[in-house]
Write a protein that binds this ligand. Structure first.
Ligand SMILES: Cc1ncc(COP(=O)(O)O)c(C=O)c1O
Length: 308
């Protein structure tokens, strides 16, 4: 049985130090081989094979691996769970973009010891404001999360047994998600159709790389993201599409290790080359379950003209 715990905002890090890991350049998800390098480097304090944050050579102990299912496709959890277990680390699946996706028939959110998702409107199952949920099949962990969610409540709600947060999901948002949930399975199917049409329409376009879904995976296509040949090429394509009235977005222009918030960790450009390369060339096309073939043909023909 899995326990579903509605989630609000989680405090960042709890004193932990993030150690970043590069992506697989094909799936854009965490690369399990690099994860193994990172866990070895953290455990030994030897940064020769993996960039470590400043001051991490002696003081860190692997505790948790957080894998993100980017653009709606699950990361490689069979490998991630195995590697993390070797180092005694718990895996958290960030299924904010992959709710509804599957890996070998198992649903996203249930692919690691703990899963979490977001119901932010841009997500595959979105409410009209903020919302989210955590998943675990460990009853003790579920009880702790339930307590943390409401100010650290104990069995008596006015006896707080720990310091928690206000993580209640708003009732109105919950009602919206419940209502949309009933048509969600159909929307997952529609998303596959939209993605398939893009694959066919965009196949073979000069300088454009379309997304690949490995065997055994079902993406929920939170985004349909393509790679341009270079940063300049992306700029030209985005500008041309904008002129044709077609919106695009870049998820994400700056990798985590180069974010200002993490400057104190001392990471530098070149530390995670695949993430950096993707951040320069990736961009996302319009994607939702109700995108019709006429609109997709217009998008594809605009791209064809721009890549000639
Ligand atoms: C992969 C991923 N993780 C986490 C989040 C955060 O979700 P929320 O803003 O609902 O906390 C998002 C949303 O943008 C996301 O895409």
């Amino acid at each position: 049985m899995r326990f579903h715990v509605p989630r609000g905002q989680m405090r960042s890090c709890w004193g932990a130090t993030p150690v970043f890991v590069d992506i697989d350049p094909v799936t854009f998800n965490i690369d399990p081989r690099r994860l193994a390098d990172a866990l070895r480097a953290v455990s030994s304090g030897n940064a020769d094979d993996h960039p470590l944050p400043q001051g991490a050579r002696t003081s860190l102990k692997p505790k948790t691996v957080i894998a993100v299912d980017l653009f709606g496709m699950p990361a490689d959890y069979p490998a991630i769970n195995r590697i993390a277990a070797d180092f005694g680390a718990v895996v958290i699946e960030d299924a904010a973009q992959s709710f509804g996706a599957e890996l070998k028939g198992r649903k996203a959110g249930a692919l690691a010891e703990v899963g979490c998702t977001s119901f932010f409107p841009a997500k595959p199952l979105g409410c009209y404001g903020d919302g989210g949920m955590c998943f675990t099949d460990d009853p003790q962990l579920a009880a702790v999360m339930d307590s943390l969610r409401v100010h650290g409540k104990g069995t008596d709600k006015y006896d707080n047994v720990r310091v928690g947060i206000n993580g209640r999901m708003d009732t109105l948002q919950a009602a919206i998600v419940l209502s949309k949930f009933s048509i969600f399975p159909e929307e997952v199917v529609l998303r596959q159709e939209v993605a398939q049409r893009y694959h066919q329409l965009l196949a073979g376009l000069e300088g454009l790389t379309t997304p690949i879904v490995p065997t055994g995976y079902l993406s929920v296509w939170a985004q349909y993201s393509v790679l341009a040949a270079s940063e300049d090429h992306r700029k030209r394509l985005q500008e041309g599409l904008k002129q044709a009235g077609i919106p695009t977005a870049v998820y994400y222009p700056k990798p985590l290790h180069l974010q200002t918030a993490f400057a104190r960790l001392g990471y530098k450009e070149g530390d995670f080359p695949h993430s950096e390369d993707a951040s320069r060339r990736i961009f996302s096309l319009p994607m939702h379950p109700y995108l019709n073939s006429d609109d997709q043909e217009k998008i594809a023909s605009a791209l064809k003209n721009l890549t000639k």
